[in-house]
Design a binder for this molecule. Structure first.
Ligand code: ADP
Ligand code: MG
Length: 345
């Protein structure tokens, strides 16, 4: 077996226990064969998934080579902060993990993905909070049918979060007189409102806090990375936005501020005709995969452009809770892949 054959065999191999190949999950950093000795470098963030993969590879390939050297490529870890060596603060000690859902541009489905990933985590039995940090386009309340609620306080002077679909939910949209009141805030004001949501909301104990971040790379993203130990970021793209500068900038920023990337979700990736079931790659295919390869970030999954996903989301009926089995599976498999890729508590 030469290097090319080994790479192909690795890419086609199934990840133990899930129906995705190592190639699809982008878990191979490099594979080389010299003098019948194989050297494989894996691209995993968590130790668990590294050990699982290593033993699967040893079982499969140890008979094929005279030596098999499997190692893990070191990815950015959450051990330093943007522009300084200090640990990030922790304004949310009540949560074990923080997942930041991000995108280069708006309108790519970041909020839809945040809501459905959060619900999928809750469906797995985790205690989950969902914080709408997209202060200039807060649409989590509409998507979770909490838009008619207004802010309430408990006896300890803490804000009571809304609850639905097994989530605790907080959004600036709950603080304005009506849902569609536009917020005209300087970013410093937006940042302090978010810090208040981290500190003054009665979240209780959480396993995961999922944050729907604003698109792009501004003050709010940097502040969140400084004020919270972000376990991992999930980057949402569409095939049209995949190769834009905004996506590269978002990836570079998270690398710079040493927030590990759990992976990329390609949303609205293709269209399946509801009548015939035919798949149309309207915007071309494989964009998410290309960017995953380029930046050595795992691919977590693709979600098709599906009219029911739009209708359900806009009516506050999230597909992972109220959709078809197939729609549920898109989000659940992304969560499974994400948990395989990150070191979480
Ligand atoms: N996979 C999908 N198929 C069809 N419509 C979608 C899909 N994902 C999101 N949408 C719709 O696209 C619009 C933008 O999504 P949203 O999550 O609000 O994006 P963002 O938060 O990035 O601005 C919404 O109307 C939403 O319902
Ligand atoms: Mg949004």
């Amino acid at each position: 077996m030469n290097s090319k054959e080994l790479t192909e065999a690795l890419e086609g191999m199934q990840y133990p226990g899930i129906s995705r190949t190592l190639g699809e999950l982008n878990l191979i950093s490099s594979a080389k064969v010299t003098d019948n000795r194989a050297k494989i470098e894996l691209l995993t963030v968590s130790d668990d998934s590294y050990l699982t993969l290593r033993s699967a590879l040893e079982e499969r390939f140890s008979g094929s080579f005279s030596a098999l050297d499997i190692s893990k490529k070191q990815l950015a870890q959450k051990d330093s902060n943007y522009g300084s060596a200090a640990q990030p603060n922790n304004r949310a000690p009540y949560t074990k993990n923080v997942i930041a859902v991000t995108s280069g541009k708006g309108g790519v489905g970041k909020s839809t993905v945040s809501v459905n990933l959060a619900i999928a985590l809750a469906q797995k039995g985790y205690k989950v909070g969902l914080l709408d940090a997209d202060v200039y386009g807060p649409n989590i309340p509409r998507m979770t049918q909490t838009d008619l609620e207004r802010i309430k306080w408990n006896d300890d002077n803490q804000i009571i979060p809304s609850e639905n679909y097994g989530l605790k939910i907080m959004s600036v949209a709950l603080t304005t007189p009506t849902m569609d009141t536009p917020l005209v805030w300087r970013s410093s004001v937006a940042v302090s409102a978010l810090l208040q949501f981290l500190e003054d909301v009665a979240w209780g104990e959480l396993d995961f806090m999922v944050i729907d971040m604003p698109p792009g790379t501004g003050d709010i993203q940097l502040t969140m990375a400084e004020e919270l130990p972000i376990t991992a970021a999930v980057l949402v793209t569409t095939p049209q936005t995949v190769s834009t500068d905004d996506v590269s900038r978002a990836i570079m920023m998270f690398k710079d501020i040493k927030v590990p990337m759990a992976g990329i979700v390609e949303n609205m990736s293709h269209f399946i005709a509801p009548d015939t079931g035919t798949r149309y790659d309207i915007f071309g295919s494989g964009g998410g995969k290309r960017i995953a390869n380029k930046y050595k970030i795992p691919m977590l999954g693709q979600i098709p452009l599906d009219m029911q996903i739009r209708e359900g989301s806009d009516q506050g009926l999230p597909p992972v809770a109220k959709g078809t089995d197939k729609q549920k599976e898109y989000y659940r498999s992304i969560v499974t892949n994400m948990l395989n890729n990150i070191d979480f508590n």
